[in-house]
Design a protein around this ligand. Sequence first.
Ligand code: OGA
Ligand code: ZN
Ligand code: ZN
Length: 385
Amino acid sequence: MDVAVDVGTWPAVWLRDNCPCPQCRVPGSGQKLFQITDLPEDLVVSGVEESAATVTVIFGPDGHRSTFERAWLADHGLPGDDAAGVNGSAESAGVTGATGTVGVPGAADFRTEDGKRLWAGPDAPLPIGDWERYQADRGHRAETLGAVLTGGFALLRGVPAEPGLVATVAGTFGYVRETNYGRVFDVRVEATPANLASTGLALSPHTDNPYRDPVPTVQLLHCHASAARGGDTLLVDGFAAAAALRAEDPESFAVLTSIPVPFGYRDRDSELRAHQPLIELSADGRIRGIRFNNRSLQALRRTPRQVAAFYRAYRRWAARLAEPELALSLRLAAGDCLIFDNTRVLHGRTAFTGTGQRLLQGCYADLDGLASTLAILEDTDKERV
Ligand code: OGA
Ligand code: ZN
Ligand code: ZN
């Protein structure tokens, strides 16, 4: 493939740091064998040799030769210095909808709003997987997992209502994140509930376990039995809601992204605490995480002025997240297993009646494992060690 590339568009140190030669990297794994401090500080490109498929760069002052595939260089172009967000400049970290690294191929952090498909209420995609097919068919598995990364959730149907099977589902794409609630936990009405979840009361849309750091980034809820009436599941795209808040109420957005708040959970055996803002931004200023749970928010210790500003913004944010138009309503039936991004999609339920019958089993896992499994499913020909 003869792809035109101009090595002058990459700083010499960048080219050298990415040299693929076997002296610089372990073949196969690609792990680097040198420290940045091992490279000459006064590196220059002293010559270029071109062939149809490759470009060889010769460096001064040490004469090292790096041969790059043209296609690789073409894939790894840098944005211009005037592109939004690349300098980590004030504009990119701002509150008015900066574009961050959008448009830079491969540069976007898959966890941020960039590259996601944002949705509101009934516009939500409703990706439905089938457990039998999911296990047998790589393509179907990739589609289902891809939906969790782009849309924030997927529903798997036909997962037998067997104890602990939710952990088996998690194991198909990652590792169960065991917590003080166990590997798997039950959500059912209890006689002496320690948690609102163990009653028949409604739960407003929330994210789980904001009092952990790191927070579990994937949650699974597997329905074993539904309620006679009520107990419907609500999902809200927190990234879409946060993006709308940024556009319509930048002042609240700035407060919610900059004031860390304490979340906590305690019982006889646990004392968990984490301090994070309700809306977390990446270093590029892009929306990257939502923590929202009125039940576990603890006393904020800031100046009175900051406290007042926080409560004003928090109230507006809570009102927005509770807007019925934002929520997708689903009714989980026995055998349905919902997999969702707990850093993005808020979940809740309507109140229900009929004590003792409704049973969900849940567990936590993480997005890095899910993204890795998806990448392997989608990658059929890369060399791997
Ligand atoms: C929970 C929860 C949802 C439900 O237990 O944290 O959100 O539908 N449960 O019961
Ligand atoms: Zn090298
Ligand atoms: Zn929950």
